[in-house]
Ligand binder design. Structure first.
Ligand SMILES: CC(C)=CCC/C(C)=C/CC/C(C)=C/CC/C(C)=C/COC[C@H](O)COP(=O)(O)O
Ligand SMILES: CC(C)=CCC/C(C)=C/CC/C(C)=C/CC/C(C)=C/COP(=O)(O)OP(=O)(O)O
Ligand SMILES: [Mg+2]
Length: 288
């Protein structure tokens, strides 16, 4: 039983779910927490809406990850044998029921938010459910969807408080470009299992080297655009100082991916978390 509970928690990829919740908080603060009441079904105060949006994000990401592992249960015998379903900690039916329960809770919380936030939540939930079966096997399409999903957390947080989405839009682009790069590197890592399953991911369709060049180009664009929250947005100079080391880690990771995709995608994630920290601290210093 304890094994099952641990397996269920692992299915949600709690680190990613919590990080996504943090991106939502950042979106709310950057957009302006005192934002408007337009399009609300219920008269919910903005502070409660931030909490509801964060919890909806954490639950939706947890559900999205669990349903991905449900659909990937065969392929993960090759690509990820230690995941909870292939190692027997959780049954496929249990994983599916768990993910649906998380989605229902996420929708219930999203209904307390303005219309734009509800629309983002609905689009994201459809994308999360459809991703593995419909889009993951089309070259680049699945990667673009996960990139959109990662970036959309900022928009969701901003929309939850009815705030100004201009700087939030820049954060969306940075997160989406860097997530696209990492997803392509992850596909290079997974080529063996994906090929056996008949998927046409980007590296299978165009070759590993070209796919890695596309990933490096997307990451390069993100790094070049990373000063924008300072230049055209509301971020202070502390942000600029902190984002530079994050940029350096991500550039090195993209280079490393050409020799070792597993090490590259893992370092890329570390760089993205550093960038996320620079958003939090840099934005905080702009306020005081
Ligand atoms: C250049 C620049 C400043 C970029 C910004 C980078 C930034 C802040 C990116 C946000 C990405 C982030 C921390 C996302 C949270 C976690 C998340 C939603 C990850 C996506 O997960 C999908 C992935 O395929 C799951 O795999 P794994 O992580 O290997 O378990
Ligand atoms: C704001 C709201 C309502 C939702 C947020 C939605 C977000 C941020 C989702 C993040 C991306 C996510 C969790 C995608 C889930 C599916 C996925 C790509 C899981 C990764 O699975 P792996 O098994 O590592 O990779 P592949 O299955 O793609 O090969
Ligand atoms: Mg998977």
């Amino acid at each position: 039983m304890r094994g099952t509970a641990r397996g269920l928690l692992e299915l949600t990829r709690p680190g990613n779910a919590i990080a996504s919740g943090l991106l939502t908080v950042i979106g709310s603060f950057v957009a302006g927490i005192a934002g408007g009441e337009a399009g609300l079904l219920l008269p919910v105060p903005p502070e409660f809406r931030v909490a509801a949006a964060v919890c909806a994000t954490v639950l939706a990401v947890g559900g999205g990850n669990a349903i991905n592992d449900y659909f990937d249960r065969e392929i993960d015998r090759i690509n990820a044998p230690d995941r909870p379903i292939p190692r027997g900690a959780v049954s496929p039916r249990g994983a599916l029921a768990f993910s649906l329960a998380l989605f229902v809770l996420a929708v219930a919380l999203a209904l307390t938010l303005p219309a734009l936030a509800i629309a983002i939540a609905v689009v994201n939930l459809v994308a999360l459910v459809a991703y593995t079966e419909l889009f993951k096997g089309l070259p680049g399409v699945g990667n673009l969807i996960v990139a959109y999903l990662g970036g959309s957390t900022f928009l969701f947080g901003g929309a939850a408080v009815g705030g100004d989405l201009s700087t939030v839009g820049v954060l969306f682009a940075l997160a989406a470009l860097s997530t696209f790069a990492r997803e392509v590197v992850k596909d290079v890592e997974d080529v063996a299992g994906d090929r056996e399953e008949g998927l046409h991911t980007l590296p299978i369709a165009v070759g590993e080297r070209r796919a890695l060049v596309a990933a490096a180009a997307a990451l390069g664009l993100a790094v070049l655009a990373s000063p924008l929250p300072f230049v055209v947005g509301t971020f202070g100079v502390v942000y600029l100082v902190l984002v530079l080391p994050a940029d350096a880690v991500m550039c090195y990771a993209a280079y490393e991916s050409f020799g070792d995709a597993t090490a590259g995608q893992s370092r890329l994630k570390y760089g993205m978390f550093l960038a996320m920290a620079s958003f939090v601290v840099g934005r905080g210093f702009a306020v005081v």
